[in-house]
Design a protein around this ligand. Structure first.
Ligand code: UDP
Length: 257
């Protein structure tokens, strides 16, 4: 069956869903960095990110964070509720890394005095510029009430996910979230959307500080596929001993419920 393609992003494709109000998120192996200057593929990434996102969205749903997630459909696709994406990327940081470390001249790995929430305007042509709450409300990207809800939900996600990852020996250094408006009859609510995966989280091994996220791709650190697999393995999504790559043809069983 040929489904209508609604939108194609850098790491995902959004297709029309089977019923109104739903869409299908397809996870690609494509990876980009530095505002599209660096392009490549990470074999099996789509399959793993589909599973990791499913796992984390379900967990967050269980603690009362509303999400767009409905169910995983297959290896690379998940069914989600159609939302109106708010054009703001919310970055939550616990440890200095990446652009924050660079901007303020802080050594990567320095624990921040408290978690810091930042906003970026989701606009590739402009290179996702950093913005403040003033820009968001003045330009009407979100109302003050919506923004308050977004920040509250982001902090809850950070508290919960930090603990979840710590439990499997990973430090949640920083991560990016996106939210959308879900319309249900007369009602509108803010829900967590997009994905949560090593593509948009920095995850470091607690003991060794080894990076197990997209920085391995961004910075050419090697063992990129292995890092994504290791996160999945620690979450219990891949079998313990699987050292070799999980492609569509092999290792199918761990992905089938
Ligand atoms: N991030 C993301 N998408 C973006 C920019 C950042 O998912 O377009 C994530 C990134 O993976 C990291 C966090 O947000 O976990 C903070 O990224 P940072 O601002 O340090 O930018 P970077 O160093 O990735 O360019």
């Amino acid at each position: 069956m040929k489904r209508r393609r609604i939108y194609e992003g850098k790491a995902k494709v959004i297709f029309e869903g089977p019923e109104p109000g739903t869409v299908v998120q397809y996870f690609k192996d494509d990876a980009t960095a530095f505002n599209n200057l660096k392009k490549g593929t990470i074999e099996g990434k789509g399959v793993i990110n589909n599973r990791i996102t499913e796992y984390l969205m379900v967990k967050l749903g269980e603690i009362g964070v509303p999400t767009h997630f409905i169910k995983r459909l297959n290896m690379r696709e998940q069914l989600v509720k159609q939302v109106e994406i708010i054009p703001v990327e919310v970055v939550i940081r616990n440890v200095a890394a990446g652009s924050l470390a660079k901007r303020f001249g802080i050594e990567e790995g320095t624990q921040l005095p408290r978690s810091i929430v930042e906003f970026y305007y989701k606009n590739d042509a402009l290179g996702d510029p950093m913005i403040s709450d003033e820009h968001i409300t003045a330009f009407g990207w979100a109302s003050p009430m919506e923004l308050e809800e977004i920040v509250t939900l982001s902090i809850r996600c950070n508290d919960y996910l930090s603990g979840l990852f710590y439990g499997i020996g990973l430090k949640l250094v920083d991560f990016k979230l996106e939210f959308g408006r879900l319309f249900e009859g007369e009602e509108m609510r803010i829900v967590l959307a997009d994905e949560i995966s090593p593509d948009n989280c920095r995850l470091w091994d607690v003991k060794t500080n080894e990076k197990l996220d997209k920085d391995r791709f961004r910075r050419d650190l090697g063992k990129v596929e292995e890092a994504y697999q290791e996160v999945a393995r620690r979450l219990g999504i891949l079998p313990e001993k699987s050292g070799d790559s999980a492609t569509e043809s092999e290792n199918v069983s761990p992905f089938v419920k």
